[in-house]
Design a protein around this ligand. Sequence first.
Ligand code: MG
Ligand code: MG
Length: 269
Amino acid sequence: MAIQIKTLDQLKLMRRAGLVVGQTLELLRQSMKPGMTTDALDAIAAAHIKRAGATSNFLNYHGFPAVICVSINDEIVHGIPGARVIEEGDIVSIDCGAIIDGWHGDAAVSIGVGTVNSEDQKLMDVCEESMWRGIAAGKNRAKLSDIGYAIEQYTNSQGTYGILREYGGHGIGTEMHQEPHVLNFGKAGQGPEIVPGLVLAIEPMITRGSERTKVLGDDWTVVSIDGSRGAHFEHTYCIAPDGKPFVLTAIDGGKAELGRLGVEISDLL
Ligand code: MG
Ligand code: MG
């Protein structure tokens, strides 16, 4: 399948979907507390997505039974919400998506519940910053692999972390998962050119130990093979027609975080 290039009007629809995702994740962050079940988080997300006039792209995706993935501690991605109770000190990774007028948004955050130990906090901080470095590197006229190169270089500069190999970012538009696949590691300067109208979901997944994973018996939940804790951050961003990036799932469009890295966001969206 060819890479889908979006018009400005299509990007504006994707911004609406992205904003619903960003707002849902912010609501979940505020709602998160020890003692609640992961099912309760899913219910909050489902209600918000509906209230916003959007639909879920996760629900029924290859049979997935919920509107968010909730992955705790050694679970890194694709956890299914259920009766599990969230505890103080947990790392809770939430992945969420929404559709408006057929256009998709996709984003994820890892949240430390209450007081988390400093190594877990650093794991989350490194993962989030690597995502922003990846987005900043994925500028107009860069090459696709510059993103993964930036993610890997930053992550490795911060300590010993396992960068998941089997999972990565992706194109997104009229489907949640489109070409191209975006690696979170590798050499710079390879792959397709990043051009205006390209929309990518950038999503580093790292652990405090092994990069190797296995899928649990529920056929969804991805855990680290060595039980080490993981983190996952994701944003959907585009290159606007003016050649500047805009983070469709960030409430501020990425202005603060990309600005800190010296990247100006587009004002077309
Ligand atoms: Mg996602
Ligand atoms: Mg994704």
